[in-house]
Design a protein around this ligand. Sequence first.
Ligand code: SF4
Ligand code: SF4
Length: 201
Amino acid sequence: MIQNYVTYLKFLDEKFTRFFNKQKPFIFCKKGCAKCCKNAQFPYSEIEVEYLLLGAWQLKPEIKKIVADNLARKNKKKNKYEGEKFRYDCPFLINNECAVYDYRGIVCRSFGLMTVGANEKIQVPFCCFQGLNYSNVIDYETKKVSQEKYKALGVEEEPSAFNINYEFLTDTDFERGFNFTFGERKPLIDWMIDKAQQYKI
Ligand code: SF4
Ligand code: SF4
């Protein structure tokens, strides 16, 4: 089943690469920028976490130790947030780089583009308000694309929003199409606390 999920990931990666290329003039992602790996909840389904842990299992012992220490610190902090939505820095983030990059989940691959959901609501990535993605075309008051700013850039590509929110990308249609199941979904931290022992991380 995991192989079918990997095929789905390849399908998604091709799509995301195309979308990111189309949005190049508005994208400021670069190696070492890891704001999107911090202070969030990171929704993961069971199959995503299984695949992520395949990568985690192959890490060098010293890197595993850093991940385990990160996890222990976050777990301790999480206990103080009982019943609240806990936001945390991803335990796999080491020196602002992902230790399991090739095995990362769907939300980690899609983040950074402007999205549109079933309700037609357009959402810009939070890093836009920190001078990053789409910050060169967004009107900060309306949180919408400013035609003035866009025209001033003089680029051919248009800023677009994509239907790539997590709920859509983990829809049952994809399970049927690629023949696998996502399984239960919960924040990455909760999965890791449950599975860390099993995978000796
Ligand atoms: S999505 Fe935003 S925060 Fe994440 S790497 Fe790209 S620019 Fe940085
Ligand atoms: S798994 Fe990697 S890409 Fe995803 S949030 Fe963690 S560090 Fe970032």
